[in-house]
Design a binder for this molecule. Structure first.
Ligand SMILES: [Zn+2]
Length: 431
């Protein structure tokens, strides 16, 4: 159906569908009752008495009939809700367009520029539109929370340090809560978790390794919480234990550590094959060794890259170790702990201490081992390179918009901006 084929009469009958045949739309474009109503004050019949004109820039104008009581001089205006509805219909679509642009990280400057092609609005008006539209939307609650991810971000709002605390449902990938605070002390985190999780239900919760969340979980859930530390975060810490430019011996040790929980057998094998050669090269001049190691590192990077491409082609993730493989790999390394550099010794001691929390996922069906889900959520909801320059309201908007998006609220529009605009055709300002 194209509204372009509609006559004015048809458009008007759509608009005034709610009104009975008692109303007319005169040749002069006045909307009024055919027979004027009775006076609300004295009850005598009123008479037609001109109209009031309502204008909306670029869209048109409506003439709304007035009635006058000949007895007591009372003046009354006809109901103009049809006009307000037309405007709401148009501007809610405009607001929807702005929301989607914001969701995709468009700045208010850019939105203002785009709006100048559609319906010019200044930046402040757009900001108000986005904020009031966002406030009206409700994020649907997630049911049956069992497996959750918890993480933090530390965005800056102007010069103020803010803390973004996020809970994500692991199965539905929906946002349970995503809030901004001025502090991330234990009390703030505890209150955030208490408000957003049911502490009567058992919970499996994944966090990073940075701080002792365990005590907070214990206070809230008693022994009903299973705490998993993110294995990808552990891997990042392992990589950071080594200098950026390693020799082959260090690189091999790094990959043996990464090999505890993920299958890095190919890399370990590749590097093991270079150890003897490195020992021989170390007998030669510094210059010769340096020349050699630079080339060998380049080849290894290429080798890793090819492995990654192969996994991507086959749509596979890095293979996880079974519990017994992980335990065996860890014990092998731990038995040689005295031969390693201090950063690696400390890492192994830490892994041993955290072992139950690193391996909790092995003992719960379908439990996640990483906070990958929340990392992905963060990377789509608030770009790291942008989060520093956002204002506080901007951050809150952005957080809520992505939560709404994840819960499927932004579906295909029911009407286009043109559909809403065509309804104004009978009212176009022809003067
Ligand atoms: Zn009267």
């Amino acid at each position: 159906m194209s509204l372009l084929n509609f006559t004015h009469r048809e458009i008007l009958s759509t608009i005034f569908n709610d009104f009975s045949n008692d109303f007319e739309f005169t040749a002069d474009g006045v909307f009024r009752r055919i027979t004027p109503p009775l006076c609300p004050d004295c009850g005598f019949p009123m008479s037609h008495n001109g109209f009031n004109t309502y204008r909306k820039g670029h869209l048109g104008e409506a003439n709304v009939g007035r009635y006058l009581c000949g007895t007591c001089r009372k003046s009354v205006e006809e109901d103009r809700s049809f006009w307000d509805d037309l405007k709401t219909g148009f501007f809610s679509i405009l607001a929807d367009i702005c929301l989607r642009l914001r969701l995709n990280h468009a700045s208010y400057e850019l939105i203002e520029e785009i709006m100048s092609f559609l319906y010019p609005r200044d930046k402040d008006t757009i900001r108000n539109m986005v904020q009031s539209a966002t406030d009206k939307l409700e994020v649907p609650p997630v049911k049956d929370i069992q497996f959750v991810h918890y993480d933090e971000q530390h965005p800056k709002a102007g010069r103020n340090q803010k803390y973004r605390l996020t809970l994500l449902d692991s199965i539905s990938r929906q946002v349970i809560a995503d809030e901004l605070f001025d502090s991330k002390d234990a009390d703030t985190i505890e209150d955030f978790l208490r408000r957003n999780l049911d502490n009567h239900k058992p919970v499996f919760i994944v966090t990073d390794l940075y701080r002792g969340y365990s005590e907070i979980f214990k206070r809230i859930f008693g022994d009903k919480a299973t705490h998993q530390l993110c294995l990808l975060h552990l891997n990042k810490l392992i990589v950071n234990d080594f200098p950026r430019k390693t020799n082959i011996k260090q690189e091999l040790l790094k990959y043996r550590l990464l090999n505890i929980f993920y299958n890095r057998e190919h890399e370990v094998e590749y590097l093991s094959g270079l150890i003897e050669e490195e020992n021989a090269m170390l007998q030669k001049s510094r210059r010769e060794y340096k020349f050699w190691i630079v080339e060998v590192r380049r080849q290894f990077r290429e080798f890793i890259h090819d492995l990654e491409l192969k996994r991507r082609r086959e749509s596979k993730n890095l293979e996880m170790r079974t519990y017994y493989e992980a335990l065996k790999n860890f014990k092998d390394l731990h038995s040689k702990i005295d031969s390693f550099e201090s950063a690696v010794r400390r890492r192994l001691i830490k892994i041993e201490e955290l072992w139950p929390k690193l391996t909790a996922f092995y003992f719960v069906d379908n439990a996640p081992a990483t906070n990958n889900a929340i990392e992905n959520y963060y990377s789509t909801s608030l770009k790291t390179h942008r989060k520093k320059q956002l204002e506080e309201n901007g951050i809150v908007d952005q957080i809520k918009l992505s939560a709404l998006n994840r819960s499927g609220l932004f579906e295909k529009p029911k009407r286009t901006l043109l559909d809403a605009f065509f309804m104004f055709i009978p009212f176009l300002d022809t003067g």
